[in-house]
Write a protein that binds this ligand. Structure first.
Ligand code: NAD
Length: 274
């Protein structure tokens, strides 16, 4: 006997039709991958992050797909609470709603803890952790008003395990998992979910910079850095792609993920299974 399982939530590829999403740090890398996946699924997107104005204009134009999705750009600096509040305000004024918030903007600095420059510590904590507090604080009233919401924090495998020389990054990423749990508990009965995605190494400009930096520091070829340094802890020995993270974020933002909340979800090729 053939049994067909109908899953209404997954029937259409446009599972985010007419939703509105902010994706912080989406001019590059994982954030851009998520923004693209969201627009393919039917959502309109607020792009954010730094970059050359002409490249950002091209990206914004490429995200509007002619089937009703729109894209706008916010230049808000995620280390500045006033600019964050303004970005959320402008989003709600422009689209009349805010359904999905992705806290993705992030930077890295590598240094032994006793030599870690104080201004680098402050910058990593501000951009990788405090920005998510400010966006969530500003976005929640609108999500509560509309009776639904999805908050997705892009954490890291470094939210679950440590590595030497990444004190600020590891502290910020562990912190964002704590914030994720608290927000999930406070919103659990309001059709709002809050989760953290914890990627291992994903092929992006942030990682490319680390490969170049390590190759120079140790005087070894980039292939050796990739194999023996970056992917040493990643059992599947491959970088994840931004499209994989985009697809997973799209699922978490969809109706089908309504019962997933407060979770720190590894996408790390088995790294944190050690
Ligand atoms: P990326 O450098 O390619 O992109 C970072 C984005 O953040 C860019 O759009 C940049 O303009 C933006 N940004 C930086 N500072 C900002 C600020 N002050 N205000 C606004 N935007 C700012 O990096 P990525 O690899 O795509 O990383 C994105 C997120 O994923 C980060 O939070 C990072 O920690 C996390 N992550 C990345 C990996 C990886 O292997 N690439 C693994 C785990 C987690």
């Amino acid at each position: 006997m053939n049994v067909e399982f109908a899953n209404p939530a997954m029937e259409s590829a446009r599972i985010l039709e007419s939703r509105v999403a902010i994706v912080t740090g989406s001019t590059s890398g994982i954030g851009l991958g998520i923004a693209r996946a969201f627009t393919v699924a039917g959502a309109s997107v607020v792009l954010n992050g730094f970059g050359k104005p002409e490249e950002i204009n091209d990206t914004v134009a490429s995200l509007a797909d002619g089937r009703g999705t729109r894209a706008i750009y916010s230049a808000a600096d995620m280390s500045k609470p006033d600019e964050i509040a303004e970005m959320v305000r402008t989003t709600i004024e422009t689209f009349g709603r805010l359904d999905i918030l992705v806290n993705n903007a992030g930077i890295q600095h590598v240094s032994p803890v006793d030599q870690f420059p104080v201004e680098k510590w402050d910058a990593v904590i501000a951009i990788n952790l405090s920005s998510a507090f400010h966006t969530i604080r500003a976005a929640l009233p609108e999500m509560r008003r509309s009776g639904r919401g999805r908050i997705i924090n892009i954490a890291s495998a470094h939210a679950l395990v440590g590595s030497p020389f990444k004190a600020a990054y590891v502290a910020a990423k562990h912190g964002i998992v704590g914030l994720t749990k608290v927000v999930a508990l406070e919103t659990a009965q309001e059709k709002i979910t809050c989760n953290a995605i914890c990627p291992g190494y994903v092929w992006t400009p942030l990682v490319e910079a680390q490969i170049e930096g390590q190759a120079k520091a140790h005087g070894i070829p980039r292939e050796e850095v990739i194999r023996d340094v970056l992917l040493a802890q990643q059992p599947n020995k491959r970088f994840a792609t931004v499209d994989e993270i985009g697809a997973f974020a799209t699922f978490l933002a969809s109706d089908a993920a309504a019962s997933i909340t407060g979770a720190a979800l590894p996408v790390d090729g088995g790294w944190t299974a050690h």
